[in-house]
Every structure is written in structure tokens, then in C-alpha cells.
Design a binder for this molecule. Structure first.
Ligand code: TYD
Ligand code: MG
Length: 452
């Protein structure tokens, strides 16, 4: 016996209410609560527990009895993607990829399906088979075992997947999926939650990894309830400025690997190209001596590379000075400006400040602080920093230069690219180097002596 019951869910956080209200108590967002109709079975769970559960062959096992099969990770031939996941796709895992529209999510997954030497079922609820073929023609790979299926009904997807038994199931996108037994619209919270949990069960039972593309909402989070991210094994984020060519693949959650890894790609006319040596393309090659430019020896994940930070400090034209940063957290910029003002005596209160990371990259490493400060000082005083200098250090609130992780790796990368001087914290534990001069700094004041 079943009955229709209407419930209310918050679209942002998935909180559940018995009646409608304007603001969600949990996430405090307005107008995010929507009504949904669910079919609720009145039959008690305990009624059929003996018949169904006990008959299943799955029993609790001792951890020592569980054997890991050899081929439990699938390598995709895309080294960036494999590294981001921690060494390939884990069998039976569910991967969710989010990102802005047009950033290249469908291109990335289609390219992976064509690169990989396995049987792939690529399901799209967004594009027709013809459209996918046109996209595939642009990419330089081909895979006879890549099956394309334009469908959004989960029942049909499962029935084909069971027959085909692919090595990998890709779904573009999870928001387009519908399950007939759920009485609510495509993309609704109930549909999203139920379809994802069905896919998770499918993945775990068949050991076929499932890769899902997810839309994001205006705040940059994956559209739908937060629980979606809790349910899946891995959450990836594809980001980058659409006006630039570089794309970064970040890990927000990974049950089978580190969340620090990043993958860097370039969007070219033949799809996404892996970037093996990011430093070479991220540093400008200008021969002219320009002020406001500093190079940081940065680390993202396990990889170190050099990036160029550009700053422009000018007198404010309008009453309120502007602070604008691309690629660097604006709160971090404000903090660094306050430190410069208070600890180094720079009067930036009436200046417009623009900061930019070349290539449209977004960087999160606090080791870039020192280079950001140098770029600002250089632009403010209109003096150029010698092009063979680079920086790696975090700046504290009292103006102290603090050590950063993987300092030896940063120094090696700077050395490899021919830099002659690297400025780091006095408190770093380093292996000495002969090729590059290391300058130790304790506080910002020490830096001023070197670059003025
Ligand atoms: P797409 O994968 O459709 O984005 P998403 O699925 O995240 O919405 O990417 C579309 C963009 O990628 C589009 O602006 C064109 C560009 N693109 C290339 O530059 N080269 C290519 O080979 C392909 C297939 C797309
Ligand atoms: Mg797409």
C-alpha cells in the first residue's frame, strides 16, 4: 500500500520540511525551498527484512578476509586525470565532475572515453548522438568500443548497461536523469538523490565505475543538495577562466586519494591537451624590464611550478579605491595589503590595486604571498624586480615570512628554469643548493632591503 505525500526540500542544502517557508533554517538561503511529491510505502521495513535481506549473499566479513583484486584501478592514458584521482579510476567508484557551463566537462569525459582502451558507455541526456559525433570528430582519438547513447531514463540506461557490461559508465549530466517511479520533475531534489543512489548501488554491485557530470549553481557548488557530494566517492571541479585557455582539474573530495592534486589542461581546437611543464607557459617571456611583476615558486598538490603575478598600483580616480584580483583570493589580497600598510609603511589606502595571475589560473597556495607583496611593492615604487629572482613564502599578520611546504621541490623547479636567486623564509629546512642563491628572510622589512 502506498500513498502520495508532499514534502518540502531546500534546493541548496537538502534540508527537509513538512511545510513551506521562505528561508531555510539550515543554510539561511531565501526562496530555496520547493515542494516535491514522494511515493511513500506504508509497508514496514521489518515486514520483509527476513525474506529479502537474509537471502542476500552479502555477509559481514573480517577485514583480513577481504581480498583486493589486482586490477582495481583503471588507467585512462590521461596522466593528469589519473594523477588527480590518485592513480586511476577505482573499480565501482562514483566520480562527480562539476564546473561552469562551457568550461569543457563534456569534452573532458568524451575525450577520456575515446582515449581509454576499454569498453565505455557514454550516456548523454543533453546532446543527441549526432552532436556527440561532431564533438568526437574534433578530438584526435578514436575508440571502437566507445558506445554513445542519448537517453535520460535511468531504467533504460541500466538495462543497456547490464547487457553491454561496459568497463566505464559516463553520464552527462546527472541533472538530466529521470526515474519513472519518482513522481517529480527532471532535475528535482528527489530525482537527483534517487538517481544518484541507484547509480551508486549499480557501481558497487557491478564494479563498473560511474562518472557523472553535474551542473553547478550560481555560487559555484554542484546544483542539488549537498548530500549528493556526500554520497559519491570523488568530487572533481573543472575550473578556469573561459576567456583563457588553461583549465584546472581540482579534487574537492576523494575517498581513494589525496585532495591536493591538480591537473592542468589547455583547451585547443582538438580538445584538451595535458600540460606537462606548466612553468614554461605560465611565465611571460618579455625581454623588457617591467615593474609590477614577480615570479612565485608555487606548489599545487604534489607538483611545483612557477607562476607570474602581475600587480598594478595607481592613484584612485574615484572616491573609493578599487581592489581587484584575478586568480587570487581577494580576502587574502586585502590581508596582505593591510600587512604592507602596517608593517612596511606603504600607504595604499588611496590607491587602486589590480592583481592578476597570468594564464587565468586560480591559485590557492599561501606560498605565493611573498611574490604578491613584491609585485605590489614593485608597481607602487615603479622599480622592476630582476627577472631571475623568484619567491616562495607565506606572509603572517605581523609581517613575518613563514616557511611553506615542499620548499626543496620549489627550489629545484626554480633551479631547473634558470633562476639565480630565490627568496624564502629564514625558518625553512632545506637541502643546500649550489646552482641557485638562497636568500633567507625573517620579515617583510628584510625584503624591502633587497628589492629597492
Ligand atoms: P563543453 O565540453 O561543451 O563544456 P561543458 O560540458 O562544461 O558545458 O565545452 C565547450 C567549449 O569547449 C566550447 O566553448 C568550445 C570548446 N572546445 C574547444 O575549444 N575545442 C574542442 O575540441 C572542443 C570539443 C570544444
Ligand atoms: Mg556539457
Amino acid at each position: 500500500m502506498s500513498t502520495h505525500k508532499s514534502t518540502f526540500f531546500c534546493k541548496e542544502c537538502g534540508a527537509h520540511y513538512v511545510k513551506w517557508q521562505g528561508q531555510c533554517n539550515k543554510c539561511n538561503n531565501w526562496n530555496t525551498i520547493v515542494e516535491e511529491f514522494n511515493e511513500i510505502s506504508k509497508k514496514s521495513f521489518w515486514d520483509h527484512k527476513n525474506s529479502e535481506l537474509i537471502r542476500s549473499k552479502n555477509f559481514p566479513k573480517s577485514i583480513d578476509e577481504i581480498e583486493i583484486k589486482d586490477e582495481c584501478r583503471i588507467k585512462t592514458k590521461d596522466n593528469e586525470f589519473d594523477r588527480v584521482l590518485g592513480g586511476g579510476i577505482v573499480a565501482g567508484s562514483i566520480i562527480l565532475l562539476g564546473g561552469e557551463p562551457g568550461i569543457g566537462k563534456s569534452t573532458l569525459f568524451l575525450q577520456l572515453s575515446l582515449m581509454i582502451n576499454k569498453k565505455v558507455l557514454y550516456v548523454s541526456g543533453e546532446e543527441s548522438e549526432n552532436q556527440i559525433k561532431i564533438r568526437a570528430n574534433r578530438l584526435n582519438y578514436s575508440n571502437k568500443n566507445c558506445l554513445i547513447y542519448s537517453q535520460n531514463k535511468l531504467e533504460s540506461i541500466f538495462s543497456h548497461a547490464e547487457k553491454i557490461k561496459p568497463d566505464l559508465l559516463i553520464i552527462d549530466s546527472v541533472q538530466t536523469l529521470t526515474l519513472g517511479s519518482i513522481d517529480s520533475m527532471q532535475g528535482s531534489i528527489s530525482q537527483l538523490k534517487t538517481c544518484t543512489s541507484e547509480l551508486i548501488q549499480f557501481g558497487k554491485k557491478t564494479s563498473i565505475p560511474v562518472m557523472l557530470i553535474g551542473h553547478i549553481n550560481k555560487d559555484g557548488h554542484i546544483a542539488g543538495p549537498k548530500v549528493l557530494e556526500h554520497m559519491v566517492d570523488t568530487v572533481l571541479q573543472f575550473e578556469g577562466d573561459r576567456n583563457y585557455l588553461y583549465r584546472i582539474l581540482r579534487v574537492k573530495k576523494n575517498r581513494f586519494g589525496s585532495t591536493n592534486e591538480i591537473g592542468i589542461y589547455e583547451m585547443v581546437s582538438e580538445g584538451l591537451k595535458e600540460i606537462v611543464n606548466p612553468s614554461e607557459i605560465l611565465i611571460g617571456n618579455s625581454d623588457q624590464k617591467l615593474s609590477g611583476i614577480a615570479i612565485c615558486a608555487s606548489v599545487e598538490g604534489s607538483r611545483s611550478f612557477l607562476i607570474e603575478v602581475q600587480a598594478l598600483v595607481s592613484s584612485a580616480v574615484y572616491g573609493t579605491p578599487q581592489r581587484s584580483s584575478t586568480g587570487i583570493n581577494s580576502k587574502r589580497l586585502n590581508m596582505l595589503l593591510a600587512v604592507l600598510e602596517k608593517r612596511a609603511g606603504f600607504h595604499l589606502g588611496s590607491k587602486d590595486i589590480f592583481l592578476n595571475v597570468t594564464g587565468g589560473l586560480k591559485v590557492e597556495d599561501t606560498g605565493n604571498d611573498l611574490a604578491i607583496i613584491c609585485a605590489i611593492m614593485s608597481s607602487n615604487n615603479d622599480i622592476n624586480i630582476p627577472e631571475n629572482y623568484c619567491f616562495a613564502g607565506e606572509v603572517g599578520l605581523s609581517g613575518e615570512i613563514r616557511p611553506v611546504n615542499r620548499i626543496n621541490q620549489r627550489i629545484k623547479e626554480a633551479e631547473k628554469l634558470g633562476f639565480s636567486k630565490i627568496f624564502i623564509s629564514k625558518y625553512c629546512d632545506i637541502i643546500s643548493s649550489k646552482k641557485i642563491e638562497i636568500v633567507y628572510l625573517a620579515k617583510i622589512e628584510d625584503l624591502i632591503e633587497h628589492i629597492s
